[in-house]
Design a protein around this ligand. Structure first.
Ligand code: FPP
Length: 231
């Protein structure tokens, strides 16, 4: 969700106003997924590196996050959305951690859309924490290190219970992944737009899905093999 700060700066307004506008775009995106029958949406809300932003901006983001948790979760639950969080939770104030836990518990039986918020998240952090879990289990004798394979490592990652993402969308014009789902994006289709996150609307998402529909996903195979498998 990139471009909130620039959206505000272009209007000579404080960056935090851009983040507030960004929350509206989050709602647009969730509505779009529900309307299209998209079953999983993972939003990169706050990276491990974002803690290093000016304290004032970090504080404003935490307030916004708290407010979102208070105002949105009941409605998401009513709409059949399961809410989950991935990231390094101990970094967050207790008030936020408690609301995250409440949101997850309340919505855990919902199946219409899995909305995962990546907060205090980094792809490298995720891989490192999964390795730490495996090492701890191996040291305790619960697993044999020789049996550690890709599937086992995957099962200790933040999105272990979801299929690998089909489509990655980055707003704001930068052409990089910026430490998002490094492991899970191995075969994900990447799509970038100049649109700043607060300007996101259904037409932008339609364009992303249209581009996705035109891609040939080979997963390391040849075109002929892929064509054969769909005949
Ligand atoms: C990126 O824009 C956006 C963010 C760093 C925060 C997005 C968060 C929310 C909309 C909701 C609050 C939720 C949480 C979990 C804190 P940017 O500031 O990098 O924009 P720029 O590249 O234009 O400066």
């Amino acid at each position: 969700m990139d471009g909130n700060g620039r959206w505000a700066e272009r209007r000579q307004r404080p960056r935090t106003l851009g983040h507030r506008a960004g929350v509206k775009a989050v709602q647009v995106c969730i509505e779009y997924c529900l309307a299209q029958g998209i079953e999983a949406l993972t939003l990169f809300a706050f990276s491990s590196e974002n803690w290093n932003r000016p304290q004032e901006e970090v504080g404003a983001l935490m307030k916004l996050f708290l407010r979102m948790l208070d105002s949105e979760v009941d409605e998401l639950h009513r709409r059949g959305v399961r809410v989950a969080f991935i990231g390094d939770r101990p970094g967050f104030p207790e008030a936020i951690r408690a609301r995250m836990a409440v949101a997850e518990t309340l919505t855990r039986g919902n199946t219409r859309l899995v909305l995962t918020i990546a907060a205090s998240y980094g792809g490298r952090w995720d891989i490192a924490q999964a390795c730490r879990q495996l090492a701890t289990e191996a040291a305790a004798g619960a697993i044999d290190p020789a049996t550690i394979d890709e599937a086992m490592l995957h099962s200790r990652l933040g999105l272990a219970d979801l299929p690998e993402p089909d489509l990655f969308i980055r707003t704001g014009g930068d052409l990089r992944i910026s430490n998002f789902l490094l492991w899970q994006l191995a075969y994900t289709e990447l799509w970038f737009t100049e649109t700043l996150w607060p300007d996101l609307d259904a037409s932008v998402l339609d364009a992303a899905l249209a581009a996705f529909a035109d891609r040939e996903r080979r997963f390391g195979l040849t075109s002929a093999q892929v064509a054969g498998s769909t005949e």
